[in-house]
Design a protein around this ligand. Structure first.
Ligand code: FAD
Length: 404
């Protein structure tokens, strides 16, 4: 074994990784902290990638200034990937991304896995220029570089990232077609009622929204994309195709480790208890890759910023102080599309009853309920209305109390 003394090793230098490292120090942890990241960049923020970075307003979205790492005694190892973990030996094997034959074995007392996701590829698109996914800053800059020379874009998949990319490309002056097999954008997350209001927002801004239809074929001129053929036979010309059809938890390095994964039908990722502990001693997981048990005995893997930050705080507290923090506030996330902030508070489900209580033709506010109890609130351009509901989501509140 070589390298650091056996303190905490964090695998994944993204949002969750940096937040848990920072949280360990703010909770008084004095041992060594090693933050290992496969990307060649210091930790950066992903939400701006589909918004301000694509719009050309920002180039760098680092989460910390360079001096932070020295001042906090956090060893940041960039461009290094954890290849394997041995919970029995309390070691990880690290390889250099540019030269995978250069490996090192490091020991840990506690290990934190925050390895995030990779985008799900659209089959048959490998190697075609002009076809993009969006997860990393390199992805965002590569896509942005092609915007100026392009006239038409197709975005495949109208989840949150697809909708945001469609809005940004439209704002950059491209003719944008948004293709989604479900009946509306965001239908899987928020149901068709709110999806219809999101469609309205995109159509009002000039996006061609094609729902209920998938992509059958990517059309090329040699090795470059020239359009897509949809399931209904129609052809949409495109200089750029952006694929946003979901993501896959990064767990390949756990092969052979014995660390339990969650079944795919419950979201996949790394199976954890309600405080982030995995099936292996002294190993925790958090963020997009982690599937934490919920208080009601279920399990949940969530791909949102605030959720990752809350889990990082919980794990840092637990390792540094050996106990759990106070129960989390209602889950929250947001999405910026055109000039509207869409906010989601609580646990609304696509199958819940939706009560649209405010709609001026653009901005809207809706409550969600299940069995008569408020489950969540969704607003677009309604920050006050959303936040006002927060206390009602802390205890079971009959929806009738809000509608009456
Ligand atoms: P990540 O931030 O993905 O970090 C994981 C890191 O681990 C990566 O850098 C990866 O390279 C590294 N890694 C993987 N495997 C290894 C390995 N074996 N060894 C070493 N390193 C490894 N959320 C919202 O709530 N609102 C938004 O508006 C919003 N917008 C978004 C827009 C985009 C384009 C994207 C991609 C995400 C957005 N999110 C948004 C989601 C939010 O950014 C994520 O929830 C958050 O980044 C999750 O943090 P994480 O640390 O779990 O994973």
């Amino acid at each position: 074994m070589s390298g650091s003394s056996a303190g905490v090793i964090v695998v994944g230098a993204g949002l969750g990784g940096i937040r848990v490292a920072e949280g360990l120090r703010s909770n008084g942890y004095e041992g060594s902290i090693t933050l290992i990241g496969a990307e060649p960049h210091p930790p950066y923020d992903r939400p701006p990638l589909s918004k301000s970075v694509l719009l050309g307003k920002e180039d760098r979205v680092d989460l910390k200034p360079p001096e932070f790492f020295g001042e906090s005694s956090i060893e940041l190892r960039m461009g290094e990937r954890v290849r394997a973990i041995s919970p029995a030996d309390h070691t990880v094997t690290v390889e250099n991304v540019d030269d995978p034959d250069r490996t090192e074995t490091l020991g840990y007392e506690s290990l934190i896995l925050a390895t995030g996701l990779v985008p799900r590829p659209l089959p048959g698109t490998a190697g075609i220029s002009g076809v993009h996914v969006l997860r990393t800053i390199s992805d965002a800059l590569a896509l942005r570089e092609e915007i100026d020379g392009a006239g038409r874009a197709v975005v495949v998949g109208a989840g949150f990232i697809g909708c945001e990319v469609a809005a940004s490309l439209n704002q950059r002056g491209l003719t944008v077609t948004l293709v989604e097999p479900a009946p509306t954008p965001l239908a899987v997350a928020l149901g068709p009622e709110i999806g219809a209001l999101v469609t309205r927002l995109h159509v009002a801004n000039g996006v061609d929204v094609r729902t209920g239809v998938g992509v059958d074929e990517i059309l090329t001129n040699g090795s470059a994309v020239r359009g897509v053929r949809l399931g209904d036979g129609s052809v949409v010309d495109a200089d750029i195709v952006v694929v946003g059809i979901g993501s896959i938890p990064v767990v390949d390095y756990l092969d052979g480790s014995g660390i339990e994964l969650a079944p795919r039908e419950s979201g996949g990722g790394i199976a954890c208890d309600e405080c982030g502990k995995t099936s292996a001693p002294d190993v925790y997981a958090l963020g997009d890759v982690a599937n934490w048990r919920t208080e009601d005995g279920g399990t949940r893997r969530v791909e949102h910023w605030t959720h990752t930050v809350e889990q990082a705080a919980e794990v840092a507290h637990r390792i540094a102080r050996s106990d759990a923090t106070t129960p989390a506030a209602p889950p929250y996330f947001w999405s910026d599309q055109f000039d509207l902030k869409i906010q989601v508070l609580g646990r609304p489900a696509a199958t819940d009853e939706v009560h649209i209580v405010d709609d001026d033709g653009r901005k809207f506010l809706a409550y969600y309920s299940r069995d008569g109890i408020l489950t969540g609130v969704v607003g677009a351009g309604k920050v006050g209305g959303v936040m006002k509901t927060r206390p009602k989501l802390l205890t079971p509140t009959p929806i009738a109390d809000l509608l009456g």
